[in-house]
Ligand binder design. Structure first.
Ligand SMILES: *[C@@H]1O[C@H](CO)[C@@H](O)[C@H](O)[C@H]1NC(C)=O
Ligand SMILES: *[C@@H]1O[C@H](CO)[C@@H](O)[C@H](O)[C@H]1NC(C)=O
Length: 376
């Protein structure tokens, strides 16, 4: 019996099959796929420490709201991927590239800041590299797992390794593509970016097929956010007449993001049809983020384009750095990060991520409309 049959049972009887044929044990009445692990692929929107481990650590006040110190996240606190782990009752994901303090028993995070789907963007760790990292991770940890004595061994290396049988039961999450658009906007024209979308998405399509060949069966795919609503982009693009929409976001950029999402959804439908033994959930993160931005005041946030940390006004100062220019200090962080949607002009704050996660994880922005715990 495979997952498609299991899902059929879910649909028919509203409950999942119990372990007779090696399916995960599921408690009746508790809607849950019981994912033993999460494997995530993406960019800074879901990087929990990869780029920071690979290159240089982030500076305070990154991490100040939740972790109390920089945690490798471009944020004052948690990312949507952290809320996903919380929702699935799993520990926060260690970054694959982090060699210190990691625990991969319940998954690994291959996302790194700056990553794009296609190679040749801001980061060396494009999706193709993240795939080969995953494949290497899977084969090496499986070999190690087979060699090592039980979890009780000292040192307990084995308990930090994934169980090989869990790879086929894990949840595979994607949040990537924003940097393909951003890099395109920076180096080519809007029209060229639009024309490059099919090529970008065919790479993503291939990556999913590769994972499927490795045994992955459950996929949770975030679409790309309203990139034209990022303060960074508004600051650089607002001067062009007619460029902003009624909410103040850069319209041509958002239109390209929406076109990307339209084609992404088509690809997900194709994948679903071509790989019936797998489950695919397409998640409209764009609409959740846009809803937050357009109702910022009602939701208790300040102006959605005011960001907390860093500066792009005249002087580009990264969050965590300061500059004194003619006696004026630039780059002081705000005092109320939880009232800001944007943490640093590009990345969302802990409280914005919580707001978005609360809405997307219960399935209200998903196709099919299932919660993440039921997405198998
Ligand atoms: C600093 O102030 C001087 C004198 O007012 C001015 O000429 C100069 O452009 C200022 N420098 C910057 C970087 O703003
Ligand atoms: C999901 O959660 C949001 C926010 O709490 C709520 O407004 C919405 O109705 C929920 N949707 C579902 C399908 O449970």
């Amino acid at each position: 019996m495979d997952y498609s049959v299991a899902r059929l049972c879910c649909v028919l009887f509203g409950l999942t099959v119990v372990g007779l044929v090696g399916l995960p044990q599921v408690v009746l009445g508790r809607r849950s796929c019981n994912f033993p692990a999460i494997y995530n692929f993406g960019d800074s929107n879901s990087d929990t420490g990869g780029i920071s481990a690979a290159f240089a650590s982030l500076h305070p006040p990154n991490g100040e709201t939740f972790f109390g110190h920089p945690s490798g996240r471009f944020c004052d606190g948690r990312l949507i991927i952290d809320f996903i782990a919380e929702e699935l009752k799993l520990p926060r994901l260690s970054a694959y590239l982090d060699s210190l303090g990691m625990n991969f028993r319940h998954g690994a995070n291959f996302a790194t800041g700056g990553s794009s789907i296609l190679p040749g963007g801001y980061s060396p760790f494009d999706l193709g590299i993240q795939m080969s990292q995953f494949i290497q991770f899977k084969s090496r940890t499986s070999a190690l797992y087979a060699q090592l004595t039980p979890d009780e061994s000292i040192p307990p290396f084995k308990s930090f390794l994934p169980r090989p049988k869990d790879f086929s039961k894990a949840l595979y999450t994607f949040d990537i593509g924003q940097n393909d658009l951003a890099y395109g906007f920076q180096h080519t024209t809007i029209e060229q970016v639009r024309l490059s979308i099919p090529n970008i998405l065919s790479q993503l399509f291939q990556a999913v097929h590769q994972l499927y060949k490795e045994g992955a069966r459950v996929f949770w795919v975030h679409n790309t956010g309203p990139i034209g609503c990022l303060p960074y982009n508004i600051i650089y693009d607002r001067s062009k007449p007619g460029n902003l929409d009624q909410n103040g976001c850069v319209k041509p950029q958002n239109e390209v993001a929406q076109e990307f999402n339209r084609q992404l959804k088509e690809k997900v439908l194709q994948l679903r049809a071509g790989l019936p033994a797998a489950a695919f959930t397409y998640v409209d993160v764009y609409s959740a983020k846009y809803a937050l931005i357009s109702s910022a005041k009602n939701e208790g946030f300040v102006d959605p384009f005011e960001f907390c940390c860093g500066s792009y006004y005249g002087y580009h100062i990264d969050c965590g750095k300061k500059a004194i220019i003619n006696g004026t200090v630039y780059g002081n962080p705000c005092h109320n990060p939880s009232m800001h949607i944007s943490w640093d002009g590009i990345h969302y704050s802990d409280s914005a991520n919580l707001w978005i996660a609360t809405r997307i994880l219960n399935g209200s922005f998903s196709d099919p409309p299932v919660s993440i715990g039921d997405s198998c």
